[in-house]
Design a protein around this ligand. Sequence first.
Ligand code: ADP
Ligand code: MG
Ligand code: MG
Length: 889
Amino acid sequence: PKYVYEFTEGNKDLKDLLGGKGANLAEMTNLGLPVPPGFTITTEACQHYLEHGEVPDGMNAEIDEKLAALETQMGKRLGQPDNPLLVSVRSGAKFSMPGMMETVLNIGLNDESVHGLAKQSGDERFAWDSYRRLIQMFGKTVQDIPGELFDDAIEAVKHKRGISSDLELRAEDYKELVQTFKDIVLEKTERDFPADPREQMQLAIKAVFDSWNAPRAVLYRRQERIPTDLGTAVNVCSMVFGNMGMDSGTGVAFTRDPASGQQGIYGDYLQNAQGEDVVDGSRNTVPLADMERIDPKSYGELIAIMEKLENHYRDLCDIEFTVERGKLWMLQTRVGKRTAAAAFRIADQLLDQELITLDEAVTRVTGDQLAQLMFPRFDETAPRHRLGRGMNASPGAAVGKAVFDSYTAIKWSRSGEDVILCRRETNPDDLDGMIAASGILTSRGGKTSHAAVVARGMGKTCVCGAEELDIDTKNRRLVAPSGKVIEEGDVISIDGTSGEVFLGEVPVVSSPVVRYFEGEIDPASDQADDLVRAVDRIMHYVDAARRLYVRANADTPEDAQRARRMGAQGIGLCRTEHMFLGDRRSLVERLILADTEKEQHEALAALLPLQREDFVGIFDAMDGLPVTVRLLDPPLHEFLPDVTELSVRVAVAESRGEKHENDLRLLQAVHRLHEQNPMLGLRGVRLGLVVPGLFTMQVRAIAQAAAERIQAGGRPRPEIMIPLVGTVQELEIIRAESLEVLREVGEQYGVELDFPIGTMIELPRAALTAGQIAENAEFFSFGTNDLTQTVWGFSRDDVEASFFSAYLEKGVFGISPFESLDIAGVGRLIKIAVEEGRAARPDIKLGICGEHGGDPASVRFFHSAGLDYVSCSPFRVPVARLEAGRAAA
Ligand code: ADP
Ligand code: MG
Ligand code: MG
C-alpha cells in the first residue's frame, strides 16, 4: 500500500486514512487555499508500526521521495546550512485525543542551519528563538524530558536580565538558552541533541506513532469507546513563520461564534508569535477584528477564505492561520465544536441560507444538547459563595431554604416556601418531600442512588454524594468544609449541572426552551428568540420523521398533563406504588396485618375507591391516549415503618408497662417480611400471586375508573401491565383473573371494557422465553432498569456507591449501564425478545419504560431494534422525540 500522501493527493473524506488534520489540510490545498506544502503519513503505517514494532517496508523510502519533491518545490533542502527548509511534524488521528503527542515545530535546525536561517531572514533573534523552540518541543514530546526544566531555564534568564516578557529577550539570550537546553538534553538522555535533520524528523514521526499508546490516550479511547487500533496519521508540513517581526503573527478564527452561534468575526490574533503562543495565555492576544487595522490585506484574504470554507463545509469551521511578513497561510481547519445553543442556532441559520437540508440539520443537533438547553441555570454574572461540591446528579439550578426531613419540606412548601431537601441519602419515604422540594442535596450515594434516580425522573435538580458537606439531620444542620454552618431555614443554592452548592440565593434564569415546550412561548410571536424558533423548526421536522412513538412515565394527573404538553403520546409507565404511601399507609398496614380473609377483604375494599380516583384523574388527563398501568411492584415491607423506629417505640412502651398490640404485630410483620435481597424477593407478580385480592383490587379500580370515564363521555385507554414476570404460568393466572374482573365490571356498568393486558420484560428468563410469554401478553414493555440489574447481577442502589466510580475510572464502563443502555448485553436480550415475541404474536405492541427511554444513545438503539415506542420522564420527552427523529432521518 501507499503510506505517504502529498497534501494535493488527499481530501476531507479520507479521515480514516489521513486523520482529521491531514484530510482537511488536503481539502484546503485542493480548494486552492494557501497551505504550506507537505505530506501525510497514513494511519495504516502507524497501525503496522504498532502491531510489529517497526515501520512498514517502503515507508521510509516513500518519505524520502516525498521529502525530495517538497525540497524541489520549495527550492531548499531540509536543514540546508545556508538556506534551510524547516518542517513541523504534527500528529492527527481521526478523533482528536488528549494525551496524544503534540506537534514539533522547526525541525531541520541545528548549529549550522540556524545561521542560514538568520541570514536568509535577516533576523538573528528570530533564528535563535526558533532553534530553542525546536529543542524545547523535541525534548518535551519526543524525549520525555519534563517541560519545567526548559521553562525554568527561560525564567532564570529573564530574572537575570530583570525582564518579564519573552518579547524582551534578545538574540544573545536565545543563544544562551539553546546552549542550556542542549545541556539539559545531554544530561537527561545521555546523548547530544540530534543534529541530523532527517534523524530529527524520523524520531519525531516515531514519537507520534508511540503516543497513540500513551496511558492518557488509551484511557480516553476506552471511555469514549474509540477503537484502539485506528492509529494516528502524521503530517509533515513546511514551516511558515509568524515570529518574523511585527508584520508577522499567528491566530485562530471561527466562522461563527461557537458560544452563541451568532454570525460575525470571532477569534484571536497575536503579532510576532509562533504556534501555541496564541492559545497558551503567556501573551495578550487581540480580538481578530483588530487585525483589520494591523494588516488589512491579510485580514481581507482571511475573511474571504473563512466564507469560502463555511460554504464548502456547510458548517461552522475553526481555523488556525499564520501571517509571515504580510503573507497569509492556512495551517488547519475543522468543523468546530460549539455549545448546545449555538448548535441549534447554526443549524437554523444554515437552513435559512439553504446550505443544508432539514435531514442534515437534524444531524447537527443532539438530544444531549436539547436536554442541556432545558434546564434553568444560575446567572453567570452574579456573585456567589461556594460551600462545597458533590455530584451533578440531575441538572438544573435550585434555590431554597435548607430543610432536613420530608415532613418539614412538605409543611414549608405548602406555606409557599422554596425548600432544598438535605438528606444523607433518600428512600421511598422521602418521595413526598422530594416532590415538595425545589431541589435535593445528599451527602451519600452516587448518580444512581435513589435521590439521583428519582430526581432525574422528576426533572428535579439534585446534587448527590456531596461527602465534604456534613449533613446532620438530627441537629438539622449542615457543616461545610470551611466550617460554615447552615441551619434549617438558611437559604442555599444548588447547581445540578455542575454539582456545586452555594450559600444564599444565586439568581436563576429559566429556560425559554422549556417555556416553549410548555406552550408558554408561541414560536411565531415576538416572545420567541432565535433559539426557540430554531428548536421549534427542528422539532416539527423530527416529529414528522420519527417512527417511534414517545410516551411518558407519569403517576399523577399533573405529571400526565405536563407530559402531554411536552408532546407525550400516552403513558408508558404509570406506577401504582405511590398510591399506597402517605395517608394510605395505614390501610396497607391493615392489609398486611390482616389475620382473616374478612379483614383482608375490608382493607382492600377501603383501598379500592382511593385507587379508582387516582386512575380517573390520570385517564382524564390522558383522554384518548394509552395509559399503561403497572400493578404493584415493590416488596410489601417498603410500606411498613422502619424497623429500628418501631423497635424503639415498642421498647419504650414496654418499659412504661404499656402494650401496644398494633405496634407489636407490625414489628412481627416487619421481621416476617424482611428480605436479605428484596430486589430479588417477594415483589411484582409474585405479590399478586400470594397476596389474595391485591392485583384484582387494582384491576377493579382501573376497570371502574375507565367505566366512569366512558360514562362521562371520555375515551380511556388503559393497558394493564404485570411486572416481574419470569414465566408464562405467572402471567396466565393473573391474566385470567384480570379478564374476569374486566368482564364483571363491564357488566355492572353496562360498558365494554376490552383493554390490553401485557407484561414487563425485565428478567432474563422472560426475555429468553418471550415466545411463550407473548401467547398471554398483548404487549411487552421492557423494564430496562431491572433488566440491567438482573443481566449484570448487581443492584442499582448498592453498586454505584461501592464500585461504579472505580469501574468508570478504570474504563470498564464508559458510562453507567443504568444511564445508557448496555447494547451488547441487555440490548441483545431485548433483540431476542422482540424477535420471538413478534414471531408468536405478530401484532404485539413493544415498548420500553425506564430511564433509558430518555437517553439519546439508547433511543437510537430502540429505534433500530424495531420497538413501537419509548417511554421516559415527562421532562425527557422532547429529547426522546428529537432522538427518535434523528434515528429515523
Ligand atoms: P494541535 O493539534 O495541538 O493544534 P498543530 O499540529 O495544529 O497541533 O500545531 C500546533 C501549533 O503549531 C498550531 O498553532 C499550528 O498552527 C502551529 N503549526 C503547525 N505546523 C506549522 C507550520 N508548518 N508552520 C507554522 N506553524 C505551524
Ligand atoms: Mg492545531
Ligand atoms: Mg422493574
